[in-house]
Design a binder for this molecule. Structure first.
Ligand code: RIB
Length: 297
């Protein structure tokens, strides 16, 4: 069983479904509103657990009404929560999400996620030492991301850095990651490159191995000096929220297999994740993923 530690955000997603996105200053009538659990870190933890990994979450919730709900949601997925911190006098992270035509727009308020410190990561050092892989994203304070990369490197545990939402990071940090997993937009911002540059060129010049997600088109990945392509899987898209999180989790869970296999399974898991509403709605279990892949060419 793959042991995964996720350092990252935990949000309550406030999701509105609408026929289209509102423009600046415009008011629209939505079709439906739901409150669903999310956050890039927590989503990755859930996706990895559903794929059979033993998962520990290092994160923070507030002392508001959402805090216990978010805690219990992760507990129900079997995630180890010894390093889930409750921050006093602080709200839990929220994401206001509009879903229209399968696409989304998201505004995040980090709240308790902004209070996840390098000290919290250090406290989880034993778990990180024993883990097969660590996942970290950019919805946590950057000093906490850096601490995770440095600790993983020091302890010899590979860290997958999912640089989302897009930010530029010091090259020295990128060199500490086993893989960095941006989409095209995140890759150009991460490397401070021209957005019009061919992403395959950017990948060749990146200071670390890159697996670049391409939405419905699949992924490109660099293994040594060679660039490879994994085609996307065709599915009916209901809600693309959480597709990247599912991809990253699956990559981590299957990383011990060869990279091409891990990326193929990650693309398939990501594709399945968009077929239901909510970041976690479509995240597959192992049986569903296997059955889906069996029917692909
Ligand atoms: O990646 C999807 C997630 O991004 C959502 O669940 C939302 O919480 C935001 O963090």
């Amino acid at each position: 069983m793959t042991r995964v530690v996720v350092v990252g955000s935990i949000n309550m997603d406030l999701v509105t479904l609408a026929a289209r996105f509102a423009g600046p200053g415009e008011t629209l009538l939505g079709e439906r509103f739901v409150t669903l659990q999310g956050g890039k870190g927590a989503n990755q933890a859930v996706a990895a657990a559903r794929l059979g990994a033993q998962v520990m979450m290092v994160g923070a919730v507030g002392d508001d009404a959402f805090g216990p709900q978010l805690h219990d949601g992760l507990a129900r997925e079997g995630i180890v929560l010894d390093h889930l911190h409750r921050i006093d006098d602080c709200g839990s992270g929220t994401a206001s999400i509009t879903v229209a035509g399968g696409e989304n727009q998201i505004v995040i308020v980090p709240a308790a996620n902004a209070r996840l410190t390098p000290a919290h990561v250090e406290k989880a050092a034993d778990a990180i030492r024993q883990a097969d892989v660590v996942l970290v994203q950019l919805e946590s304070p950057l000093e906490t991301v850096e601490a995770t990369l440095r600790l993983g490197h020091r302890l010899g545990t590979p860290v997958i850095l999912n640089p989302a939402p897009a930010q530029s990071l010091p090259v020295e940090w990128l060199k500490l990651a086993r893989f960095v997993t941006p989409n095209q937009h995140e890759l150009s911002i991460l490397l401070g490159a021209d957005a019009h540059e061919d992403p395959r060129q950017m990948m060749q010049h990146a200071p670390c191995p890159v697996v670049m997600t391409r939405g419905a088109e699949g992924a490109w990945f660099r293994d040594g000096d060679e660039l490879h392509e994994q085609a996307g899987f065709r599915v009916d898209v209901i809600d693309s929220t959480g597709a990247g999180d599912t991809f990253n989790a699956a990559l981590a869970v299957f990383l011990q297999q060869d990279l091409a296999t891990a990326v193929r399974k990650a693309c398939a898991a990501g594709a399945l994740s968009v077929t239901r509403l909510g970041a976690r709605g479509g995240m597959p279990g192992m049986a569903e993923l296997d059955a889906f892949l069996e029917h692909q060419a």
